[in-house]
Design a protein around this ligand. Structure first.
Ligand SMILES: [Zn+2]
Length: 380
């Protein structure tokens, strides 16, 4: 069965400005590297042109007044009172096309969701999606519209059980907030601890409330955590929870700002740990909507999401980047490296301290959270 890759050349137009760390070229580079490896012309791949979502789609989560202000901001001109909605700050500038761009990203994630939910494809990937910080009436952390929340809300509306797994370096706070009291969506976020990184939330004792108690799972990682700790923490928490919860669909946020060479965060993952976890996520997901996320070293983004798309399609790729691609994009991050990073491990007393800390967090989640998840029986 074919997998769907959702894309539009217009993703590049979602341009926050030259000083902003989120460079839209990262999406173009990813697309071009995937194409250069021949992964868009595989027999089992279906490339789908992204289409904008409607205002009604956005209103599944966002408030009318926020959408009206964001729409007015599409002109690129300042809107009176925009600060109240998180707009115009360094993180979330107002620029021409901001609303149209946000609609396109959300629409692409919804297309991915519909293709997967209908059974047309088992996996769909929107590399532009995963904008997990946006709140109902506020832009935050480079995110204007929260496409994961819109996707999950749409699926819940159809009676599906949804698990959301977020491996971005930052806590998936917007998604957690939206479903904090809801036991139909299980959200799992594995991120750098909020003690050291934006948005400063997502601690292991934040479990959800009311009906949703136990259904918000947070695995904060210490700065410098490496692949070994990442894979360990994921394996200890992700598979047992998914097996218990039995989702119909998994939504995965595959942010790669967790890599050693990312300029904004302090984690030390590489493509090696990332690929191991992505492979596990694939194996755990009965159906899978994969979304992008953070990643501010653009050559990491292109390499990691190319590897992710190869895993989704059961293809193994050579480590040498295609010559045609290198000739077109002769960036240092490509020329000095291969498709995969070299292995990296922290050592010594720092590693021991981190191992103890991650072990403590995992044990606490297993003790406090696991018993709260009502096991889902197999339907006969
Ligand atoms: Zn991030």
């Amino acid at each position: 069965m074919k997998n769907a890759f959702i894309y539009s050349d217009d993703f590049e137009k979602f341009d926050y400005g030259p000083e902003h760390p989120l460079n839209p070229l990262r999406l173009k580079l990813t697309y071009e590297l995937i194409k250069a490896y021949g992964l868009l012309s595989l027999e089992d791949v279906h490339v789908v042109e992204a289409k904008p979502g409607s205002e009604d789609d956005l209103l599944l989560y966002h408030t009318r007044d926020y959408i009206d202000v964001l729409k007015a901001a599409d002109s690129g001109l300042m809107i009176p009172g925009e600060e109240r909605y998180g707009l115009g700050s360094g993180d979330n500038p107002v620029f021409k096309g901001v609303f149209e761009g946000a609609k396109l990203v959300a629409g692409a994630s919804l297309q991915a969701a519909m293709l997967v939910d209908s059974g047309e494809v088992p996996i769909a990937f929107n590399i532009a999606g995963g904008l997990h910080h946006a709140l109902a009436s506020r832009a935050s952390g480079f995110c204007y519209i929260n496409d994961p929340v819109i996707v999950i809300s749409t699926l819940l509306g159809k009676g599906r059980r949804v698990a959301y797994i977020d491996i971005d370096a930052h806590h998936g706070d917007g998604v957690q907030d939206a479903f904090y009291r809801d036991d139909r969506a299980l959200t799992i976020s594995l991120h750098e601890s909020g003690k050291y990184l934006f948005p400063g939330t997502g601690f292991e004792d934040d479990l959800g409330e009311g009906e949703g108690r136990g259904y918000s799972v947070n695995i904060p990682m210490p700065p410098d955590a490496d692949d070994e700790l990442f894979v360990y923490a994921f394996n200890e928490v992700g598979p047992p929870l998914i097996e218990r919860f039995r989702p119909d669909i998994v939504v995965g946020q595959l942010g790669v700002d967790s890599f050693r060479t990312d300029p904004l965060t302090h984690l030390n993952y590489t493509t090696n740990g990332f690929c191991e976890v992505v492979g596990k996520m694939k194996a755990l997901s009965p159906r899978w909507i994969a979304l992008g996320g953070g990643g501010y070293e653009i050559t990491n983004v292109a390499r990691a999401w190319t590897l992710a798309w190869a895993i989704m399609n059961n293809v193994s790729l050579p480590d040498e980047l295609p010559d045609t691609f290198l000739e077109q994009y002769p960036l240092d991050g490509f020329r000095s490296r291969k498709l995969r990073d070299e292995e990296y491990r922290e050592q010594g007393s720092r590693k021991k301290m981190m191992r103890d800390e991650v072990g403590r967090v995992v044990a606490r989640i297993r003790e406090k959270v696991f018993p709260l998840i009502k096991p889902q029986m197999l339907q006969t």
